[in-house]
Design a protein around this ligand. Structure first.
Ligand code: SF4
Length: 329
């Protein structure tokens, strides 16, 4: 799966680096000073790299934990995010990563200990309230877990800090490690979904809905709390029927009591990212008819409001309003 691994000199002897290199003995290893030498440089072809991405093992220097953008959180508490990985195994055409990075390589920041220290100190700085830490903002939380060992390192950390909530955002069905841990109430595994037709056309590499629902059922049996994310809401002429079908394919098969939260949000991408995405895939129908105006690109306001209101009303048929959150990022 990985033919080439770039390794920053500073983490060449880090235990996680050594363990990964030990598992990919056939991969070509290339030393680099900083990951920026091979990641996100101009004149790279993201489309070509997507066919055979390399892995880059690097160190995250500072800013390991950042405040989440306004409107990103679920309910109360203070919200932060952190990214141990940049980029994703999957290839969703609407994903802002396609516009944010010029490279398809996966960057893994192996200095988990620094992330964990920063999470602990961020929590200590807010002693009077719950603090949420979102993982999966710059890449899928679980898709690369077999390589990263992220779950094995971070789920036990949150077991020691019950006031800290970890949300693992994913489109994957990679739950083997999660099943091996005792779930705490403060770990939420949040799965995001798009309707079947849109998913097939736009979510390349994402496991079928069936596999992800089955993963959710297993996690519920194990005692995990789940999140559902319908974000971004994707427009097609038949979006009403498609979202209705999607909700009916998911909710009756889950225990509603196991749900921590359900959120939904509009398609929204910064203008410059959108322009890059549209240039990358000019044939993509998703981008047709969307005209950038202002710093963010989204559907026309009336259409966005109509989709939000329709999906909210439909979701209320399945889940209590207290766990339903419109996402406003
Ligand atoms: S799975 Fe998530 S992070 Fe990965 S490409 Fe799709 S939307 Fe982006």
């Amino acid at each position: 799966m990985i033919d080439t691994i770039y390794v920053e000199e500073g983490v060449a002897t880090h235990p996680l680096t050594e363990s990964i290199l030990g598992r990919f003995r056939d991969a070509v290893t290339v030393p680099v000073t900083r990951y920026g030498e091979v990641f996100n440089r101009n004149h790279q072809s993201l489309r070509l790299q997507k066919a055979k991405p390399s892995l880059i093992l690097a160190e995250k220097l500072g800013n390991q934990v950042l405040p989440a953008p306004e409107g990103y959180g679920i309910g109360s508490g203070k919200n932060f995010y952190f990214s141990h990985v940049l980029n994703c195994l999957c290839d969703c055409r609407y994903c802002f990563l396609q516009g944010m990075y010029r490279s398809a390589h996966y960057v893994l920041f192996v200095n988990y200990e620094d992330f964990q220290e920063t999470i602990a100190s961020t929590l200590d700085a807010d002693p009077d309230q719950d603090v949420y830490f979102f993982s999966g903002y710059d890449g899928d939380s679980l898709a690369l877990d077999a390589i990263t060992g992220f779950v094995d390192s971070f789920v036990p950390l949150f077991a020691r800090h019950p006031r800290a909530f970890l949300e693992l955002q994913t489109k994957s069905a990679t739950i083997r490690s999660l099943l091996q841990h005792e779930p705490g109430d403060n770990v939420v595994v949040a799965f995001s979904f798009a309707p079947n037709a849109a998913g097939k056309a736009l979510e390349h590499g994402v496991p079928p809905l069936e596999a992800r629902v089955s993963a959710m059922q297993k996690l519920t049996e194990r005692g995990y709390r789940l999140g559902l994310r319908f974000d971004p809401l994707l427009y097609t002429t038949g979006y009403r029927e498609q979202y209705q079908e999607l909700f009916e394919a998911i909710f009756p098969r889950l225990e509603i009591a196991s749900l921590h939260s359900v959120s939904f949000g509009p398609f929204r991408v910064p203008r410059d990212y959108f322009q890059r995405m549209a240039k990358l895939y000019p044939e993509e129908r998703l981008f047709a008819g969307i005209e950038p105006s202002g710093p963010m690109v989204s559907y026309p306001p009336e259409l966005e409001a109509e989709m939000r209101s329709y999906c909210e009303a439909e979701l209320k048929l399945f889940v209590p309003a207290e766990i339903l959150f419109p996402c406003r990022v």
